[in-house]
Design a protein around this ligand. Sequence first.
Ligand code: NAD
Length: 510
Amino acid sequence: MTDTTTLEQTKQSATTILDHWVDGKTWAGSSTRTAPVYNPALGTVQREVRLASTADVDQAVASASAAWAQWRDSSISKRTAVLFAFRELLNARKQELAEILTSEHGKVLSDALGEIARGMEVVEFACGLGHLTKGAYSENVSTGVDVYTLKQPLGVVGIISPFNFPAMVPLWFFSIALAAGNAVILKPSEKDPSAANWMAALLKEAGLPDGVLNVVHGDKESVDALLEHPDVRAISFVGSTPIAKYVYETATGHGKRVQALGGAKNHMLVLPDADLDLAADAAVNAGFGSAGERCMAISVVLAVDTIADEFVTKVSERMATLRTGDGTRGSDMGPLITEVHRDKVASYIDVAAADGASVVVDGRGIEVDGDPDGFWLGPTLIDNVPTSSSVYLDEIFGPVLSVVRIDGYEEGLGIINSSQYGNGTAIFTNDGGAARRFQREVHVGMIGINVPIPVPVAYHSFGGWKASLFGDAKAYGPHGFDFFTQEKAVTSRWLDPSHGGLNLGFPQHD
Ligand code: NAD
């Protein structure tokens, strides 16, 4: 079988039912359960995806455990060479992957390419992972005794990813996990699962030995099987806060290392001295990009009263120029992931009106450049949102931007710090002192100063505070490497006859 046919077969099998990917090939497993995968721009089911049983997960873990025995002993240069080849293939074929993302997620093609680019950054980081493997060395800590550290892989690790970044989030984790010498079970979202198989086939083409990365599709049953499996050493999860908390508690209860990234409600604080045109551009881009289905989307603008009217006008003027439609047709914004989710997001517009907020732009019933059965909701702007309303409190995860009016910096900071979430936030100001105070005082993991979506580059790490991250390891960057390795401290003395003799006391240095 040539590498090209492997990829081709992945695509063909996806036209009916998407299988798992185990031991370097598609695999049906034993479960007969499946779930529909929609094209959200058409509103139709385009394929089914298998939902693994516990026995299927067991088999995938057994395959990964067997493959790990050799992968962990392959040299750093051999492992990173695979990642390097993968990066080159991914870059050459990213359009193909972007089309898969658009057809199953709905995000517009340019945004899908952006997702891939940000994921590819982490692959590039993983190609140079060797420099992080350098441990510490202390010579002669005691006479003739040296101490040094080793960083070793964990074994089989599980990655459970959300629907909103079907390529980037798996890339965040598996690139570093593999380069560090682990074997991986990837359980992608069942809503848009094909990207995972496509990337697994590409890794094979890049030279990854069979079984080192297996893709298991599924729902709660497969997730629980991974959380409880004795041979899975660590879990990297990204998804909504209630599931992140459940995953963290269950997997740590089974003795695993866990990083579980949860939901978000990201605030943008606009001070009166900000450039309001730039701030309005930023709010629109960060509020409606990917139809608001980003964990770093701006969903609340905190606007100081003195500039709030002008700011809301500028935002609504820009919204009128956005084109919502099929992601393959050059639109600015695509559909939502499912009909159920679209209806839930849209229901907040009525809640807003009932809670005394003003609906400035209502995205229901807008004209779209796409099939009428697609899961559409246009950009929506709600002003004067009370912080007691569920419109403010809930993670809506759609194209609904709320404006909360405040009297100044202190009130804005207090609102942000009272939120249960702490993923990202941004301040728009031309006052360096205010920005510096903000970065010190705000209880949020990722902060933008005149930058609306402050996703750190791959050589820093990504993660929020509070209910946006359970566990103490962020994703990718140095945290990612630490998460996927365990450290040993070696105390070494090459024997010398002068060190003989019995002494039962606790070792001390001489
Ligand atoms: P989700 O929590 O519904 O699903 C995430 C994963 O968990 C999927 O693989 C899914 O199959 C699995 N899952 C769902 N229900 C489960 C259950 N009851 N038991 C076990 N597993 C279960 O999230 P989603 O809707 O796919 O993704 C959107 C959410 O992800 C949003 O809340 C968003 O903020 C969050 N997110 C966070 C980040 C971050 O970095 N903090 C990044 C992307 C997305």
